[in-house]
Design a binder for this molecule. Structure first.
Ligand code: G1P
Length: 296
């Protein structure tokens, strides 16, 4: 079978962001910044670093700021240029050159599976990548590149996974795998947000997938699953019956920025990565911890 190069990615960004209200009342949750960069830019950069050229972002009502962010900003560029702020000018110009970014709207919030389905005409008959915006992975691009290579060579679908604590399995899609001694294993089955007593393992799906286009046929059925939503994991269960599917243990540090604590942790750790902020942030954290101890 011909091995086509995988070059398209879908980023669903239509969610309402209710966990971050009131901040997300009038602003897309994908635009919340980690230090000074919106979370969705980290996701787009990871895709681009892994070799993706075309990205479709599935948006919805109130998501205009995402399109503006990846577009040119002529007035701002002129202003920065007239003030000779070369570094900032370069920084904002680069954002609009990251990749070919396209947009499609999900008309109603019917779930992740439906959001992915909305991209079917853009993807066509090719395997493609899905990146979920709630999972930021520091150093994730090399894993994504490996996942893509593996999928291209084996003509299979590949799901990024990471071990989680048994108590946390009910927050994720969980895979049941054939035993393996490497970081890749064949998937026997998948289950969305199982009760801890019923989870087949503690290998959780993180938001990185390389999928065969046949997934759209299963998403099209619009079967409603956990939480009353059309779930991607349910369509994966069906795809797995007709097509080889592997789990790939993703490297890097993952932050669940869809949760408040994960968001705060990512903010602190990404700030520590910045040489100009590092020592001041350490001092700040120490002072805050000290004060909190005294006050408790
Ligand atoms: C989605 C998927 C789930 C996956 C998770 C990763 O769930 O349905 O399988 O484990 O993303 O973040 P959500 O977080 O949208 O409820």
């Amino acid at each position: 079978m011909a091995k086509n190069r995988i070059r398209k990615a879908v980023i669903p960004a239509a969610g309402l962001g209710t966990r971050f209200l009131p901040a997300t009342k009038a602003m897309p949750k994908e635009m919340l910044p980690i230090v000074d960069k919106p979370t969705i830019q980290y996701i787009v950069e990871e895709a681009v670093e892994a070799g993706i050229e075309d990205i479709i972002i599935v948006t919805g009502k109130g998501k205009r700021a995402i399109e503006d962010h990846f577009d040119r900003a002529s007035e701002l560029e002129e202003l920065l240029s007239s003030k000779n702020k070369v570094e900032q000018l370069h920084q904002i110009q680069e954002i609009s050159k990251l990749a070919h970014i396209h947009y499609i709207r999900q008309p109603r919030p019917l779930g992740l599976g439906h959001a992915i389905w909305c991209a079917n005409r853009f993807v066509g008959d090719e395997s493609f990548v899905v990146l979920l915006g709630d999972d930021i992975v520091r150093g994730g691009a090399s894993s994504l590149r490996e996942m893509i290579q593996f999928a291209e060579e084996s003509n299979s679908s590949v799901i990024g996974v990471k071990e989680v604590l048994p108590k946390d399995v009910s927050r994720y899609g969980i895979v049941d795998c054939e035993p393996s001694t490497t970081n890749v294993c064949q998937i026997r089955d998948l289950v969305e947000k199982p009760h801890p007593d019923e989870a087949p393992s503690n290998l959780a799906i993180i938001g990185r997938y390389v999928l065969a286009p046949e997934i759209f046929g299963f998403l099209e059925k619009g079967r409603v699953g956990v939480g009353g939503e059309i779930q991607l994991t349910d369509a994966l269960v069906e795809l797995n019956r007709i097509h080889a599917m592997y789990a790939y243990t993703y490297g890097g540090d993952r932050y669940d920025v869809g949760e408040k604590l994960g968001f705060i942790q990512a903010t602190l750790e990404f700030a520590l990565d910045r040489p100009e902020l590092r020592s001041a942030v350490i001092d700040l954290m120490e002072a805050i911890a000290e004060r909190a101890k005294v006050n408790s």
